[in-house]
Design a protein around this ligand. Sequence first.
Ligand code: KG4
Ligand code: ZN
Length: 339
Amino acid sequence: MGINRDHIIILAIETSCDDTSVAVLLDDKLVSNVVSSQIIHKQYGGVVPELASREHVKNIAYVVKNALQDSNCSTNDISAVAFTQGPGLLGSLLVGSSYARGFAFSLGIPLIAVNHMKAHVMANFIEEPYPDYPLLCLTVSGGHTQIVQVSSPYDFKLLGKTLDDAVGEAFDKIAKMLTLTYPGGPVIDKYAKDGNPNTFKFPLTNLKNLNFSFSGIKTAFKYFLNKELSNNQNFVKENIHDLCASIQKTLVDMLMIKVKQAIQITGIRTITLAGGVASNSLLRSRIKELENDSDIKTFYPKPQYCTDNAAMVAKCAYYQYLNKDFASYDTHSDPNMNI
Ligand code: KG4
Ligand code: ZN
């Protein structure tokens, strides 16, 4: 592709956690999205921050090259370079921001700093049909659990969030107690398909406002399991499907209670999902069921756009580009950035 200033071409870089990802957006259409996931963390049962940043350093140039090749674009075609500013692991964020800053500076083109949590929401706008505004988004991942009200691509309001663990972390920690592999969420989802969700009952934590808490259920599950194991060493093996189905139902119930409350409070009828846990099959079907009762419309991204990816960063950056929301070449990473 030659230089064409009639088009907006954005190269976006995502390195907030353990996925090195680069996407190219031509106007508002995605033309490439390359994700290199770091398998090194599997043996440790969770992401090791030091190793994550080192892996990003190893991968970044190669992932940028592949994304450009897939898009048939050259560096001279690019209108702006976007990167994830935060929240995330500082060492990981610094790799993407340093690369993006150098890239934009050397080409003399705008730099766009993107909020990772806004980008997750914008994953719902990668492929049509797009949801209408205003919308509610339940963003659920290994690091975050929040409900956001979005009135436009520029207007995000946090309605509630977890006060302790994220729901993805609860899935992963409970999976670990069940001696399942990491990340545990998808494994619980898989085993749950052949289980009875009403076999075991666990206490639901339901705070008065739109905030969540998942530390109590983790502890309750641990005590329950220890008690059962003291009577029968094979308890997990003999009940794995029912255990997964029951705990999955409990976690999804806790999410759905807050989604329904948020709908009641705001009156908003467009409901979306985002983040890694948005791939959960029970959560997807329970969200879809909301459409049965009323004029509610629901949306969730394809699984590849639920987990961390640069396509969602590019889409967020596209609206920032239209708004001329550019960052200076010395912009800092912000590991605790709020939405
Ligand atoms: O968004 P993500 O890829 O990374 C961040 O945490 O930012 O989310 C990863 C989380 C993990 O906790 C993983 O167990 C969970 O998403 N997850 C799932 C499913 N697929 C991924 N949890 C439940 N069911 C799934 N199908
Ligand atoms: Zn994320």
